[in-house]
Write a protein that binds this ligand. Structure first.
Ligand code: GAP
Length: 534
């Protein structure tokens, strides 16, 4: 598994994702998509929209405003209870999600170093002394506020029976910090034992609409796109004459004042969601829930996510929101471990009923068969555009050795690749080659995003395109245009990113061949026209 630092560095180096406001020192948790990142993310959103809206009779789209009437958020329950428990460090002032503190400590630099020391021979001989030495040496830098009386007790606890190895390890450490309070945990940043009692912190980002703050309307930047769909249920029903079951899809920005944003674009305060609210007859909801889980699980794999890196996780009863009848997360094996990519919830009739009650407008469906009004149930597949983009990036990353050199490849599905084709002239000083390559670029661009590059040798150009995941390069050479020794063969070389294999095809055939290659037919085309590797 690639580590996140490699992904972050590649994203910056090759124009995928930059730190927001970097020239001012950066804004924590906000990221800007660069020229290739915006292409990648747009492709993710485009295929999601095509597969979930355009290819289905039972779906329509929506693009609701980000700022909504403040009552929406009272009705939805967000104002009262959309919060996370947080705890703060009395020494260094950092804040953490109290429910994620075990993971935060587990992943902290000091904890890893501390554990390594505990495994070493010095700790086996004399644990107390080893801990004291560690506090005075490595611990001084990594965990300057680590409580000294950690050494007061024996570190070997009879905890072999505990199931969770993370927790077991933590207890080994925490059992020695007798002055760590309440939760008994140490600060992941500085090792201090002064973490505060957990308190709820609202995740809603307030904003004021109007020029004078005192008289302006206080509302919120939406924390999810879903509510824009619920409040438009009747508008869509009346204008589009949909019959149950049907769904409304929306892609858009959402904002949450996350306590601990992090892991690159995985958790940010501003992010984009791709949500579906699928309205069904009560009684058919469980079947539809299962169908959507299966469908969404297959979707990620359809675009290249490896089956071993993705799994479903059914929520336990005590994890469910009070209104939800069931929820299944699709999780991806990110560099920091298995984490949520998408949640698919059965929200029953909670949202439509809440908005009916608070707005005074009935949000119902007239069933022609029974001649009765009903409030539909809702299945909600809710995905993150940024998280999906990150998962596709991580999953595509490969390092290989080719003739003694490292080759980095982003093995994107052609539909997701930011650049589909790179046209490369073999000799940039040959006018006819350059002219032909430019013309090819202009022609191919009408159908696929194509770039022209002549800024390095051909080998280097191939590696550059590999690193940004361009599935095919087209090379124009002397044979293509001819010279004084031989006439033009009017053929170009297509090079495949994954196999590095090459085929030589007539320029007139190029669009038809490309169409097949983009659809995954490399093997057939290679069998017909294959030549050597680069
Ligand atoms: N309407 C339901 C809802 O919003 P959620 O599980 O809170 O459910 C759905 O969010 C998806 O939105 C998540 O699975 C994740 O992909 C994405 N998401 C949520 N919070 C995020 C954040 N702070 N940063 C990036 N993506 C986030």
């Amino acid at each position: 598994m690639v580590d996140m630092d490699k992904i972050v560095s590649l994203c910056k180096r090759r124009g995928f994702i930059f730190q927001s406001s970097e020239i001012y020192g950066g804004l924590g948790s906000a990221w800007d998509y660069g020229p290739l990142g915006v292409e990648l993310k747009n492709n993710v959103k485009r295929v999601w929209w095509r597969d979930n809206v355009h290819l289905r009779d039972d779906m329509v789209g929506l693009d609701a405003a980000i700022t909504m009437h403040p009552k929406v958020w009272e009705a939805s329950g967000h104002v009262a209870s959309f919060s996370d428990p947080f705890t703060g460090c009395g020494d260094c002032g950092r804040h953490y999600r109290a429910d994620q503190i075990v993971d935060a400590i587990w992943n902290s630099r000091w904890f890893r170093a501390f554990n390594k020391m505990l495994e070493g021979p010095a700790a086996k001989r004399d644990p107390r002394k080893a801990i004291e030495n560690w506090i005075d040496s490595e611990g001084k830098k990594l965990a300057p506020n680590f409580p000294r009386n950690t050494v007061a007790e024996d570190i070997r606890l009879p905890l072999e029976s505990a199931n969770d190895p993370k927790f077991l390890q933590l207890l080994r450490v925490l059992a020695h910090s007798s002055n760590s309070n309440v939760m008994g945990f140490l600060c992941p940043n500085c090792g201090s034992g002064k973490l505060s009692n957990p308190k709820p912190a609202s995740l809603m980002l307030e904003t004021f609409l109007g020029p004078v703050q005192e008289t302006a309307t206080k509302t919120y930047l939406r924390p999810e796109t879903a509510q824009g769909i619920f409040v438009n249920f009747d508008n869509v029903l009346q204008s589009m004459r949909k019959k149950l079951p049907f769904g409304i899809a929306q892609i858009g920005k959402a904002f949450r004042n996350e306590i601990t944003p992090g892991n690159f674009t995985f958790r940010t305060r501003e992010f984009e969601q791709m949500e579906i609210e699928y309205f069904v007859m009560p009684g058919t909801d469980e079947e539809w829930h299962q169908r959507w889980v299966d469908r969404r699980f297959a979707w990620y794999q359809q675009y290249g996510i490896r089956s071993e890196s993705i799994r479903r996780r059914v929520h336990e009863r005590d994890e469910l929101a009070h209104y939800a009848k069931g929820c299944v997360d699709i999780e991806y094996l990110f560099p920091m471990g298995w984490s949520e990519l998408e949640g698919i919830a059965n929200r029953v009739d909670y949202d439509l009923k809440q908005h009916s009650q608070h707005s005074g407008r009935a949000l119902e469906y007239f069933d022609e068969d029974t001649k009765q009004k009903i409030v539909p149930y809702v299945i909600e597949p809710s995905a993150g555009a940024d998280r999906s983009t990150l998962a596709f990036l991580v999953d595509a990353y490969r390092e290989e050795e080719v003739r003694g050199e490292k080759r980095v490849v982003l093995n994107f599905h052609p539909e997701l690749a930011p650049i589909k084709i790179a046209v490369l002239p073999l000799l940039k000083k040959n006018d006819r080659i350059v002219e032909t390559a430019n013309k090819l670029t202009a022609d191919l661009r009408k159908r696929w995003y194509t770039v022209y590059d002549d800024t390095a040798s051909i080998g280097r150009l191939y590696r550059r395109q590999d690193e940004v995941g361009t599935p095919f390069c087209v090379t124009v050479d002397v044979q293509t245009v001819g010279d004084e020794k031989a006439g033009a063969d009017e053929k170009v070389t297509i090079r495949d990113r994954n196999t590095m294999g090459q085929v030589r095809v007539a320029m007139t055939e190029l669009p038809a061949v490309m169409e097949k290659l983009m659809a995954g037919q490399w093997a057939e085309i290679h069998a017909q026209h294959g030549v050597t590797k680069d």
